[in-house]
Design a protein around this ligand. Structure first.
Ligand code: T5A
Length: 206
């Protein structure tokens, strides 16, 4: 498969969306054909699934239902949008991917990393990003940014303990990913973070 598949990971409020929007502009200015999508969502059906997952009213949702809905949204996005775009040679930027499920559902919800990997291997046919950026910021600082921003959804309404588990989960997968995930200090200013991301992407082409 041609094209390049780049994903952005981190806690809610770590700055993923902000960085991806700047990255899209920077890569397009260099002449690349770029597609930016988000998870959960990114296609008509996946956005409908997103609404079910994040609806603050759905408090009774079982953790396994949650994990399967994230993977269902992902399956649709991968098959309808990501794989065809990569085949066309595009750079696909994705705001979260399987790593989010590994840490939010596998670690923080306690379902286990192995079972989440299995579900997602089926959903994505094993599609793995070429490079993943982990925007590293401690939970208390990330949540401060979120609280200033908007009304919180069902997942964002979780307490600090939950985000501490998510953060621990990211640190765990960072140690065992074989170099695909690049840690970026997300406490820095926007421009410094973006420059570090761009340097790492340029290195992929060398
Ligand atoms: N989820 C998702 C799972 O549990 N399992 C999964 O498999 C998947 C895919 C998605 C939720 O679903 C969960 C994770 C999430 O809880 P969402 O609304 O899409 O919900 O939430 P996020 O992906 O977390 O996106 P957010 O928009 O909430 O956070 P971002 O994108 O990380 O942060 P961003 O860029 O919006 O920035 C937040 C604020 O910080 C400022 C920005 O201006 C903004 O106000 N900011 C900075 N301030 C200072 N310095 C910087 N360097 C800054 N960068 C950004």
């Amino acid at each position: 498969m041609s094209g390049l598949f780049i994903t952005m990971e981190g806690l809610d409020g770590s700055g993923k969306t902000t960085q991806l929007e700047i990255l899209k502009q920077n890569l397009e200015a260099k002449g690349f054909n770029v597609l930016l999508v988000r998870e959960p969502g990114g296609s008509k059906i996946s956005e409908k699934i997103r609404n079910i997952i994040l609806d603050i009213e759905n408090k009774e949702m079982h953790y396994m239902t949650e994990a399967l809905l994230y993977s269902a949204s992902r399956a649709q996005l991968v098959h309808e949008v990501i794989m065809p775009s990569l085949k066309q040679g595009k750079i696909v930027l994705c705001d979260r991917f399987v790593d989010s499920s590994l840490v939010y559902q596998g670690v923080a919800r306690g379902l286990g990393i192995d079972i989440i990997k299995k579900i997602n291997n089926i959903a994505t046919e094993g599609l793995t990003p070429d490079i993943t950026f982990f925007l590293d910021i401690e939970p208390k600082f990330a949540l401060e940014r979120k609280k200033q921003q908007k009304k919180l959804d069902r997942i964002e309404s979780e307490k600090l303990d939950f985000y501490n588990m998510v953060y621990k989960g990211y640190k765990t997968i960072l140690k065992s990913d074989g170099g695909r995930i690049i840690r970026i200090d997300a406490n820095k200013d926007l421009e410094d973070i973006q420059n570090e991301i761009l340097t790492n992407i340029e290195n992929l082409f060398c």
